[in-house]
Design a protein around this ligand. Structure first.
Ligand code: PBG
Length: 332
């Protein structure tokens, strides 16, 4: 009989980490391409793309190229893409009419993509920042972002986007009552199946600045968005916003940004047991790209770890500029 001794630990967590097969066998969270939504930027023109300086590897694409990008994304198994327009200055007005022009850039892009690649979901942002001169998500009246007049614009924008064939609408404006207004309009017009993924817990974050360069709203932004986006010090408020959005008819909710807000993702998932998404925003993307370009981090590993950790925190899916790169890495 070998001696039984307490000198050695009987419980050894390292046994489960001894080899790749064992680690795979007990891994709780696995990222797949199904989890990914890819945000892309659209510009006017034909067969052309331009780099976004502050987001290495990201380009603004003309509609024909966006169609090809959507085809590639579908082949990679990415579930959906979100389209953001780079709106020409001449189309921006204080009253934001371009937002509900059926022929605006994103509506044309949506039609082209849904026709060529019907198997991929198309999501559009509902907010006015691409269409006004102040860079704000709502209408600016007497120097303030005016809630209820903004809702009327958002409803018009919603209907034009649904008409264009968008599958998912993402209100990112943070006006009070927007989801109820949008849902009422969609139901009234017979768009019963259009999904709403509300930016429910959207924080007034500095991590959005590369995005604002990408859509050309950064230079324009007057002041900040703190009267409508949430205070980074708050967590209970995220529950309240989410409860309202779900009650108003949102099908899914989003936390934005992602990585600094993992606790919010976890709280929402636990509290509401509904589909929760994280937006791994432009600043989170650019930080990794910048560190990798300097040789300070292994960019691919930092990307995969970030996405996996967002999922571990509790989200069902992730909006990320890394989507094609991550999907390719998952296939390899
Ligand atoms: C606009 C909008 C923003 C983002 C998505 N929709 C910027 C903002 O609120 O100022 C940010 C996305 C990102 O940083 O990747 N309503």
């Amino acid at each position: 009989m070998p001696p039984i001794t307490a000198a050695y630990p009987h419980a050894r967590p390292r046994r489960l980490r001894q080899a790749p097969w064992a680690r795979r066998m007990v891994r709780e969270t696995t990222l797949t391409a199904d989890d990914l939504i890819w945000p892309i930027f659209i510009i006017e023109g034909k067969d052309r793309s331009e780099p976004v300086q502050s987001m290495p590897g990201v380009e603004r694409l003309t509609i024909d190229r966006a169609v090809r990008a959507a085809e590639d994304a579908a082949k990679l198994g990415i579930s959906a893409i979100e389209l953001f327009p780079y709106t020409e200055e001449s189309l921006k007005t204080a009253t934001c009419e371009e937002a509900w022009n059926p022929e605006n850039l994103v509506n044309r892009a949506t039609r082209a993509i849904k026709k060529a690649v019907p198997e991929i979901g198309v999501m559009l942002d509902v907010a006015l920042d691409p269409y006004n001169l102040d860079g704000h998500d709502g209408l600016v009246i007497d120097g303030k972002v005016a809630n209820d007049p903004s809702l009327e614009c958002l409803v018009r924008q919603t209907l034009a986007q649904a008409e264009a064939g968008a599958d998912i609408l993402g209100p990112s404006d943070m006006m009070d009552g927007r989801v109820a207004a949008m849902r009422g309009a969609l139901e009234g017009a017979g768009f019963h199946d259009v999904l709403i993924m509300s930016y429910a817990a959207k924080y007034a974050s500095c991590f959005f600045s590369p995005f604002r360069e990408a859509v050309g709203s950064g230079g324009a932004l007057k002041g900040d968005k703190k009267t409508y986006q949430m205070d980074p010090g708050n967590s209970d408020e995220a529950l309240r916003e989410t409860a309202m959005d779900l009650a108003e008819g949102s099908d899914m909710v989003m936390v934005k940004p992602g990585l600094p807000y993992l606790d919010i993702i976890r709280r929402l998932k636990q509290e509401f047991a509904c589909p929760v998404f994280a937006y791994n925003v432009s600043g989170e993307y650019s930080m990794i790209k910048a560190a990798a370009a300097n040789g300070w981090l292994d960019g691919e590993r930092a990307m995969m770890e970030s996405l996996q950790c967002l999922k571990r925190a509790g989200c069902d899916g992730i909006l990320t500029y890394f989507a094609p790169e991550a999907a390719r890495a998952l296939k390899a």
